[in-house]
Design a protein. Structure first.
Length: 168
């Protein structure tokens, strides 16, 4: 239990620092903004209680909002991603169901499963974040392009981190 809390605490701090110090400074002509801090929500155990998942999602988004100067946009998007996570897990569940104990990772459930799971959560997060940022539908297709490009880049970095995390 303590070991798990320390491990997730380290992952949380590392992803927040990476996001604030590195990934917030990556922008390609305003269309690509990789957000890898959402990986913290992806890596939490499958059987985590819903209230704790939402609380951790809220804390993650709030800290990113604090460092980004965005008033609640990341908080809302991250809480929505945390809220959608159990439904996405049910949607992409393996035939035999989930094993008790292991965290959702590429090493345990495979590349295809992790890609679909992470892609859905990241897409929900980015769609919400960018449309709250714009807060109008006048630039619908331009914002959708930002969502798609940022999702692609975020997923590339998340997959790289996941490969590095599992030592492959």
């Amino acid at each position: 239990m303590i070991n798990s809390v320390l491990r997730f605490g380290f992952i949380f701090i590392l992803l927040i620092l990476l996001q604030v110090l590195l990934f917030n400074n990556i922008q390609f002509s305003g269309y690509v903004n990789p957000y890898v801090y959402i990986m913290f929500i992806l890596l939490l155990p499958i059987e985590i209680p819903s209230w704790l998942l939402l609380l951790l999602s809220f804390a993650t988004g709030l800290i990113i909002d604090f460092f980004s100067g965005s008033p609640g946009m990341h908080t809302f998007s991250t809480v929505l991603a945390g809220f959608a996570r159990p439904y996405v897990l049910r949607l992409v569940a393996p035939r035999d169901g989930y094993e008790t104990g292991p965290d959702p990772s590429m090493m345990i459930y495979g590349f295809r499963w992790f890609l679909s799971y992470a892609l859905l959560i990241v897409l929900i997060h980015h769609f919400t974040l960018f449309y709250i940022e714009v807060f109008r539908f006048a630039d619908f297709f331009r914002t959708m392009l930002r969502v798609l490009l940022s999702t692609i880049f975020s997923m590339a970095f998340i997959l790289l981190i996941e490969y590095y995390r599992k030592g492959k």
